[in-house]
Design a protein around this ligand. Structure first.
Ligand code: NAD
Length: 486
């Protein structure tokens, strides 16, 4: 193994019209009914994608098991790390192509896929590559503590980044993988499979099975899978926890959120306005940790809302592939319907709705940046996850009231605090029931930092050494077998 990068790719995007499943190192036909993946900005088909049925999932799990037994679990950590470094570098080399494919398939603005998603994907592989050789036990063989075959199921909002969050720590820890991408955004996972081929990753170490929820369910129920890592909705997560109960599978769940973004009257206001906008309108609000509830101190409510409306009126909605676009397309017709329904309910319950005056393209799925004021904590737009570009504004007078309102949700994934006073930030953060808390910033991600939720936002952490631990046997169950000289 060496670190030499592959020759640079000149093609920005060279898509095939049909994609198979990626099993045992190659693309193969699926036995389910193939489906189309479309661009949500134009509703045009990008490619036809194979669908995996139970038999295909079985083949993928068998390939992952063979790779685990014969190759990956026997390889030294430093060699596993070299593969991960190679993958990270190939992601960087093919960054433009991956960013264009992601924006095409998902609808997100190219400046986000180019500047956020794809660089973070490379960062995640670099980060976990560095862990791989820190886990070996002397003389014990390569990875005495890996779990085995990990089944990983991901959503459509950050298709490639969620893949990286799942695959990088699993491989670093010595597991092999069967991953199921979301049915509306399978494209970049399949381009990633090409990268694995370029990297010469041994066959079967990563398998990608595309398909609908039933493909995910087949993976969850497969007796050959040792761990399920799921990111998606709370409902499906709950079903997975039930399906797994009583088995010896390990599970981590990253589910929904309804984050409070708390703005005190001493906050740096220009910075806060940008942070609120980024907090909820980044990626069209399709973000589990989105700051969808703005809690603003009562005496600055009018100023903050006026400035937000002014700022939102400057955002450009449209073609995700235009580098000036701020708000791209909503990912699917179903998601658009959900956003519309919850917004209508918000209005019917008595909240005041304001939307930026955007020109909506005639084709595709679009929703303008929208703010609800006069929202009370009992309104559904203050409680349900919209997963779209919709901000609910509530007010508070005292820190204690801000904390009580912020915690008044079934979720507990993230929160933001804006204040000039460090002591106040620390005191409030201490009382928030959320897994991730940002101070005077929002939506910042780092592979070294653990990410995950409280309450109905799920359990387990991804990122950092905690994320790695989720793919290792608990300390104490590991055995180091060291032969002594005769
Ligand atoms: P979803 O739960 O419908 O789907 C997620 C994935 O699960 C998809 O790949 C889907 O095909 C699969 N799936 C569906 N039914 C299944 C079943 N019965 N068994 C196994 N797999 C099944 O969610 P979504 O609409 O794709 O994503 C949106 C949700 O994801 C939001 O609620 C959001 O908050 C959450 N999310 C959470 C995080 C996080 O880190 N906490 C990150 C991104 C998204």
């Amino acid at each position: 193994l060496d670190y030499a990068p592959a020759p640079e790719s000149t093609a920005i995007l060279n898509l095939k019209s049909d994609y198979g499943l990626f099993i045992n190192g190659g693309f193969v036909d699926g036995h389910g009914t193939p489906f189309s993946t479309i661009s949500p900005a134009t509703e045009k088909t990008i490619a036809t994608i194979a669908s995996a049925n139970d038999e295909d999932v079985d083949r993928a799990v068998a390939a992952a098991r063979r790779a685990y037994d014969n190759t990956w679990s026997r390889m030294s950590g430093s060699d596993r790390g070299k593969y991960l470094f190679r993958i990270a570098r190939l992601v960087q080399e093919r960054a433009r192509e991956l960013a264009v494919a992601e924006s095409l398939d998902n609808g997100k603005p190219i400046k986000e896929s180019r500047d956020v998603d794809v660089p973070l994907v490379a960062a995640w592989f670099f980060y976990y590559a560095g862990w791989a050789d820190k886990l070996d036990y002397a003389g014990a063989g390569a990875s005495p503590t890996a779990l085995g075959v990990a089944g990983q199921i991901i959503p459509w909002n950050f298709p490639l980044l969620m893949l990286a969050w799942k695959i990088a720590p699993a491989l670093a820890a010595g597991n092999t993988v069967v991953l199921k991408p979301a049915e509306t955004t399978p494209l970049t996972a399949l381009l990633f499979a090409e990268i694995l081929q370029q990297a010469d990753l041994p066959a079967g170490v990563v398998n990608i099975v595309t398909g609908a929820g039933s493909t995910g369910a087949a993976l969850v129920n497969h007796p050959g899978v040792n761990k399920i890592a799921f990111t998606g909705s709370t409902n499906v997560g709950r079903g997975i926890a039930k399906a797994i109960a009583g088995s010896d599978k390990r599970v981590t769940l990253e589910l929904g959120g309804k984050a409070a973004n708390i703005v005190f009257d001493d906050a740096p206001i220009d910075q806060a306005i940008e942070g609120i906008v980024n907090g909820i309108f980044f990626n069209q609000g399709h973000v589990c940790c989105a700051g969808s509830r703005l809690l603003v101190q009562e005496n600055i409510h009018d100023e903050v809302v006026d400035r937000l409306k002014e700022r939102l009126s400057t955002l450009r909605l449209g073609d995700p592939l235009d580098k000036n676009t701020d708000i791209g397309a909503v990912n699917s017709a179903a998601q658009l319907e959900r956003i519309k329904t919850l917004s209508d309910i918000g209005e019917n319950e008595g909240a005041e709705r304001w939307s930026a005056d955007c020109v909506i393209p005639s084709e595709g799925f679009w929703f303008p940046p929208t703010i609800f004021t006069n929202v009370s904590t009992s309104h559904r737009i203050a409680r349900d996850e919209v997963f779209g570009p919709v901000l609910s504004v509530l007010t508070f007078r005292t820190p204690a009231e801000a904390i009580a309102k912020a915690n008044n949700t079934p979720y507990g994934l993230s929160a933001g605090i804006w204040s000039d006073k460090g002591s106040r930030i620390l005191a409030v953060a201490d009382k928030l029931r959320a897994g991730v808390i940002w101070a005077n910033t929002f939506n910042r991600f780092d592979p070294a930092s653990p990410f995950g939720g409280y309450k109905e936002s799920g359990y387990g952490r991804e990122g950092g050494r905690h994320g790695l631990a989720a793919y290792l046997k608990p300390e104490g169950s590991a055995r180091a077998v060291t032969a002594s000289p005769a």
